[in-house]
Design a protein around this ligand. Structure first.
Ligand code: A2P
Length: 270
């Protein structure tokens, strides 16, 4: 598995399983993913499935240090100033000795104080890296100016119809790694039936999903496609045996329409 190495030497896999909306199928999905070779599992307090993720990991027979677990601090906890308590709640639900990555889920009011609390948890060694999610450039700048720890990761919406490239360029220039959520457009915006992507997929003997995930890998970002289906979980990790030409990379960049499938981080109401 290709990894990215942070400045503190911690390595994160470039491809993971996202478990948003996996519901009761979470445990099986994580088991299928670990069997298929995934080593990054991305959950969140808000998804309500941290317990199932922890159980599947413990029962997988794979040693804990080989697996990278990301979870996230929910907005109501940010607003109530209970970042530390919420972290240890997640920690207990996951039943693990440490967490690999803890993210601020959305830039809710009070995220600056949450970040201070998270840096303390990080310095105490409970978590190997900390970061943010859904941060725009102006949110990231606030943390850079206010803290001695910059986020290791910004997890944001990115797929060919909303490539979010300006934000990605900013993050990478500032040594903030990027993880793309909804890399397949959450299968609700027609992306997987896009004729240009279908043509490229045929050319390489791959599926549209594989082409998109490979495109992310080649542009230097991590993807966390969600699936509860064993066959599709296996399909989504089978992206390391081909390479998109620069012409095809550019054709995929040209599909951008600036159309989100998720909420706008500058205007969300949850
Ligand atoms: P399912 O869980 O039934 O596989 P995203 O990661 O962009 O949010 O997309 C997740 C959605 O895409 C889910 O509806 C998931 O359904 C579906 N999906 C995941 N992988 C694939 C794939 N390889 N081909 C088609 N649909 C997929």
């Amino acid at each position: 598995m290709i990894t990215v190495k942070f400045e503190n030497k911690v390595k994160m896999p470039r491809l993971g399983l996202g478990v948003w909306q996996c519901g009761e199928k979470t445990e099986d999905a994580v088991k299928y993913a670990l069997q298929a070779g995934y080593r990054l599992i991305d959950t969140a307090a808000e998804y309500g499935n941290e317990k199932a993720v922890g159980k599947a990991i413990r029962e997988s027979g794979i040693s804990r240090e080989k697996i990278f677990i990301t979870t996230k601090l929910w907005n109501s906890d940010i607003r109530k100033g209970r970042a530390k308590e919420a972290f240890f709640d997640s920690f207990k639900r996951l039943q693990t000795d440490y967490i690999d990555m803890y993210l601020i889920h959305w830039p809710a009011e009070g995220f600056q104080k949450a970040w201070q609390d998270m840096t303390e948890i990080y310095h105490e060694g409970w978590v190997r890296a900390i970061g943010v999610s859904n941060f725009q450039i102006h949110h990231a700048k606030e943390l850079e100016n206010a803290s001695d720890v910059i986020p290791f990761v910004n997890q944001i919406e990115s797929h060919p119809y909303f490539n979010n490239q300006e934000l990605i360029d900013y993050c990478l220039e500032h040594k903030i790694e990027v993880t793309a959520y909804s890399p397949l457009g959450s299968n609700e915006n027609g992306l997987l039936e896009d004729p240009i992507l279908m043509r490229i997929a045929r050319k390489y003997g791959k599926t549209v999903a594989q082409v998109i995930l490979r495109w992310n890998l080649q542009r230097g970002i991590t993807s966390i496609p969600k699936s509860v289906n064993k066959k599709r979980i296996e399909e989504n990790i089978n992206i390391f045996d081909f390479e998109l030409s620069s012409g095809d990379m550019n054709k995929i960049f040209a599909l951008n329409k600036n159309e989100r499938v998720s909420a706008d981080p500058d205007n969300f109401n949850f």
